[in-house]
Design a protein around this ligand. Structure first.
Ligand code: KG4
Ligand code: ZN
Length: 347
């Protein structure tokens, strides 16, 4: 029964949390959205400096919220990959220092494993095998989760991540940053079938299309062309109809591939992770398609979908309970495939 304190600083949230196996004892997040909003996106150097300023407060508040002190903590974890290197280094240095000072084991965690573990916080009885659709600002993957924490990526985007596509389309519709929530909101007033937009299919060399991979950059360009055409022809841009049509296309694309993958692999449980899991259209499409094929879908609550440290602590507790800890000379990695996770632990 491991009690783990984890730190997450891979992008623009400074977060710390304490989890006892799959039970959240505290969860603190300091969002940097306000600091990046004026630039229309995350500025890596600004992110690192903001993390440095808030990290100590966030860790202290995680302990205070849980009503625990260091003697109650079994291990200290930090996200080490993938992410912004400068940002990751702040969390890693803090976690290593705390591990050394308090004499606790250290665990380096892969960010995507954290997003997958968010589903354990939602359903503590959940056990592999299951399929995870991971849709965030930086990632769009379909990952088969097997026994003992084995992961296999079966499908992914070939270019923009789903969240990135939402952010870029929101920018070109002048909806601000972050784009996902803004598009989701305005799309409610629009017609999702107003405009036919292309579903980014990936051609296979021998003919046909890849069943699980997708592409969002063509869709983003199609929205740009549509906006330019409507502006030139009518002088007006029906923002809510375009936002709704774009959102519908993303939701349909992801749902089709996820259900096909779950069917092919014979997996009856689908979990969704990452910030885009908050999207109302994706939730509706996936829920409906899953129930039509007698499958269960788990959507974690929003606070566990967007970046948080509770999911990192939960992933760390799984490793700790298997007797795995990381060497103190572990570094950070801006990119790392999820199948390389075993490299983060002692052998
Ligand atoms: O998982 P996350 O917090 O950070 C990363 O690890 O990337 O995801 C952030 C992404 C952003 O691109 C944001 O626009 C998107 O999630 N997002 C949404 C919604 N809420 C957040 N996208 C679509 N619909 C939403 N409701
Ligand atoms: Zn994330």
């Amino acid at each position: 029964m491991a009690t783990v304190l984890a730190i997450e600083t891979s992008c623009d949230e400074t977060a710390a949390a304490i989890v006892k196996n799959r039970e959240v004892l505290s969860n603190t997040v300091a969002s940097q959205i306000a600091a990046h909003q004026q630039y229309g996106g995350v500025v890596p150097e600004v992110a690192s400096r903001e993390h440095l300023e808030t990290i100590n407060y966030v860790v202290a508040s995680a302990l205070e919220q849980a009503g625990l002190d260091w003697s109650d903590i079994d291990g200290i974890a930090a996200t080490v990959a993938p992410g912004l290197v400068g940002a990751l280094l702040v969390g890693l240095s803090a976690a290593k220092t705390l591990a050394i000072v308090h004499g606790k084991p250290f665990l380096g965690i892969h960010h995507l494993e954290g997003h997958i573990a968010a589903s354990y916080l939602t359903d503590p009885d959940l056990q592999p095998p299951f399929l995870c659709l991971l849709v965030s600002g930086g990632h769009t993957s379909m990952i088969a989760v097997g026994d003992g924490g084995s992961y296999e990526t079966l499908g992914q985007t070939r270019d923009d991540a789903a969240g990135e596509a939402f952010d870029k389309v929101a920018r070109l519709l002048n909806l601000g940053y972050p784009g996902g929530p803004a598009i989701d909101k305005i799309a409610k007033q629009g017609n999702g079938n107003a405009f036919a937009l292309p579903e980014g299919k990936i051609s296979l060399p021998g003919g046909g299309y890849h069943p699980y991979d997708c592409s969002f950059s063509g869709l983003k360009t199609a929205v740009l062309r549509l906006v330019q055409k409507l502006e030139a022809e009518t002088g007006a841009v029906p923002v809510s109809d375009i936002a709704a049509s774009f959102q519908e296309t993303v939701a349909r694309t992801l749902t089709k591939r996820t259900i096909a993958c779950a069917k092919d692999l014979g997996l009856n449980t689908i979990v969704v992770g990452g910030g885009v899991a908050a999207n109302s259209s994706l939730r509706q499409h996936l829920q409906q398609a899953a129930s039509q094929s007698s499958r269960r879908v788990i959507f974690p609550p929003l606070k566990f979908c967007t970046d948080n440290a509770a999911m990192i602590a939960c992933a760390a507790a799984e490793h700790f309970n298997r007797g795995e800890t990381s060497p103190l000379n572990l570094s950070v990695y801006s990119r790392m495939d999820i199948c390389q996770i075993p490299l983060l632990y002692h052998h």
